[in-house]
Design a protein around this ligand. Structure first.
Ligand code: ZN
Length: 662
């Protein structure tokens, strides 16, 4: 590991932040915190914390000592000056004289001493930063240090490796007790430049931002060299032998059927541990640093690889493994809840990481963003474990200490406070996504919290190229989506094209082309969707853009109308055949939407033919209002939400007696 400190960049940061009224201490603190946060082998996703002791003018005009320490919710990789809120230092230092302080009282004391009452909560490690006298303090969960901190004889290893430079702090949960203990260790080792927190991480400090940062890099580099010297840390990652596109929907479905929370996103990662002969035993050892338990739980769930029929594997292997994990988790909860005197609220008992030989590690989250964080942490766990095993034995923090962090009162207080959106965790596929209705539909589903996969034969931002008239491209697109999210829940089959001409003189090829796009392409999409939904065996929803032409044909529009009429029959057929799979199949019938199918030129022409202006033409319905792409998008969202409706046609045309269903 090498230092990425650059004097020129540091100077520019000081200048830039000075324009925002930020002093040099906080500017340099921000600069080097970002250097740490930019390296995932040092800190991951909100992990680690940093501080600087500085002076500020308070409201009375008095210059006071402050601790600027990382606030909760900030990530070191992207932190800005407000990410290190200022806390009055003297009142924090007085707390050290107390013999006990609850976590709630500690958080309250920290908040009460903020200079800005709107600032985020200072880190739970604030007092540790306060009680250490150095000006700049850096704290990370560096993988290489954890590989040595998670050893049975880690104190001896660090004494040999670091000498008097670093002092060891035995494991204590973050909070007041750890802050006091760390300060005592520092006082007993006044020559130390930092602390190793056994089974937790590393602190370094310095008189300048550069000194604290470069000491961190040097100590992590020492640990990396120690591990590298063993010659066994480079493990070749083998490509998965199982087809993730085939396997993931079965895993996802089993998870979705296994409890109250209906939808999960899966994020698969390559893994060596998943293929390890001792996987079952290694998986039980625990997390690399305690706060990872909030993302991954204490242990991943090993699941034996499938060998043949995936549906049978799901029933005979996956479901029993999930049930066993939940039962063991409940026993773990009861055992430890009793130990701490009871009263804790049990968290969801399902695993957050699965380990399947031939497939890898599969992270599980309520949203794609959270599954990705869990995946990153699972990979850091694996890297730490493999490095630790290469030089000794991976022996991280044990069950009781893990539980205390997982069921920390500060974490319990957050439960149930996050609002869940209606379609959170659901994967929505939208075809014809580059068009007006497709893009409005994507926006509407995203607003409901869904994960969106966009397909179109045209290019567009965030859109995957797919010609839905080609069954192979459609299959490939669904496989890609499954590899990305683990499965599919809702499909909006929207791609279409209005092809005109009187039937008797219509070119045969034109008619067949219309059927390719307006009928067969929907069949291609529906077939692939049903394949994935049936593998999940957890319901799902197919939605089709059918158009008013299916009900109320217009003259010289037969190529389009007959294909759409056949599509309406297809919708009903799928509803009929897959109700027993819990798959709902519904149609939306929009009319007169300004889009690629009804262009401005067409609107002008039709308005002229009817002798009205364009506005009157577009508002030519019972409500007298133009119907927009966003109105159609809402109809798709509502159709997806109606859990007991299938085979339905929802008309979005402002009211048109001739197009009413009867
Ligand atoms: Zn920490």
């Amino acid at each position: 590991m090498i230092s990425r400190w650059n004097d020129e960049d540091a100077r520019r940061a000081v200048e830039r932040y000075a324009q925002q009224g930020v002093n040099e201490d906080v500017a340099l603190r921000t600069y080097s915190a970002r250097l740490l946060g930019g390296d995932p082998t040092l800190v991951l996703h909100g992990g680690g914390n940093t501080s600087v002791k500085s002076r500020e003018i308070d409201v009375h005009g008095d210059e006071i000592d402050v601790l600027c320490v990382k606030g909760s919710g900030w990530d070191l990789g992207t932190i800005e000056p407000p990410g290190h809120p200022s806390v009055r230092l003297q009142p924090l230092l007085r707390l050290r004289a107390l013999s006990e302080l609850s976590d709630e009282a500690m958080v309250n004391a920290q908040r009460a001493n903020l200079l800005d009452s709107n600032a985020p909560n200072p880190s739970v490690e604030t007092l540790l930063h306060a009680f250490l006298p150095a000006k700049f303090i850096d704290h990370t969960h560096a993988t290489a240090v954890l590989a040595l901190a998670d050893q049975p004889d880690s104190e001896r290893i660090f004494a040999d490796l670091y000498g008097a430079r670093m002092a060891n702090v035995p494991y204590v949960m973050p909070g007041f007790a750890l802050a006091k203990l760390a300060a005592e260790v520092r006082d007993a080792n006044p020559e130390a430049e930092g602390l190793v927190l056994i089974k937790h991480g590393i602190f370094t400090w310095g008189a300048t931002a550069r000194e604290a940062y470069e000491r961190m890099i040097a100590r992590v580099d020492d640990a990396e060299r120690f591990l590298g010297a063993s010659g066994k840390t480079h493990v070749q990652i083998l490509a998965p032998k199982l087809d993730a596109a085939a396997v993931l929907p079965h895993l996802r479905g089993a998870l979705m059927r296994a409890g109250a929370r209906a939808h999960w996103i899966l994020d698969r990662r390559d893994s060596v541990v998943a293929d390890h002969p001792d996987l079952a035993e290694l998986a039980q050892r625990g997390v690399a640093t305690p706060d990872h338990i909030l993302r991954t739980k204490r242990a991943p769930l090993p699941i034996a690889a499938p060998n043949g029929d995936l549906a049978l594997w799901t029933r005979d292997v996956v479901e029993p493994a999930l049930a066993k994990f939940a039962a063991e988790y409940q026993a773990y909860f009861r055992r430890n809840d009793a130990r701490v005197g009871g009263g804790k609220k049990m968290l969801d008992p399902r695993p957050r990481v699965l380990a399947v030989p031939g497939l890898g590690l599969v992270a599980v989250g309520p949203r794609a963003s959270e599954a990705a964080i869990t995946g990153d942490i699972a990979q850091a766990w694996e890297a730490t474990l493999l490095a630790a095993e290469s030089v000794g034995r991976y022996e991280p923090v044990g069950e009781a200490d893990s539980f205390d962090l997982e069921y920390w009162s500060l974490e319990q207080a957050k439960l149930g406070k996050a609002a869940k959106k209606r379609l959170e965790g659901q994967v929505v596929v939208i075809t014809g996504a580059a068009g007006a209705i497709g893009s409005a539909t994507a926006k509407a589903f995203a607003a409901e919290g869904a994960e969106i996969a966009l397909l179109d034969r045209e290019d567009g931002a965030g859109i995957a190229r797919c010609d839905v008239t080609d069954p192979l491209q459609v299959r490939d697109a669904f496989d890609q989506i499954v590899r990305r999210f683990g499965g599919v829940d809702i499909v909006v089959s929207n791609a279409g094209s209005a092809i005109g001409g009187a039937m008797a003189s219509l070119d045969d090829k034109k008619l067949r082309d219309s059927f390719e796009l307006n009928f067969f392409a929907h069949q291609n999409v529906a077939r692939e969707a049903v394949r994935v939904l049936r593998a999940q065996a957890a319901g799902g929803c197919l939605l089709f853009n059918v158009s008013k032409q299916a009900i109320n044909p217009g003259p010289d529009f037969g190529a389009y109308g007959t294909a759409k009429a056949a599509l309406l029959a297809l919708v009903r057929q799928y509803a009929l055949e897959h109700g027993r799979d819990g798959i709902r199949v519904n149609a939306v019938n929009p009319d007169r939407i300004r889009s690629g199918l009804l262009t401005d030129a067409m609107i002008a022409e039709r308005a002229k033919a009817r002798g009205v202006d364009e506005k009157t033409y577009l508002a030519g319905n019972l409500l007298g209002e133009e119907v927009q792409a966003g109105d159609v998008a809402q109809a798709f969202v509502f159709s997806a939400l109606l859990s007991k409706t299938t085979g339905n046609v929802l008309t979005v045309d402002g009211g048109n007696v001739a197009a009413m269903l009867r």
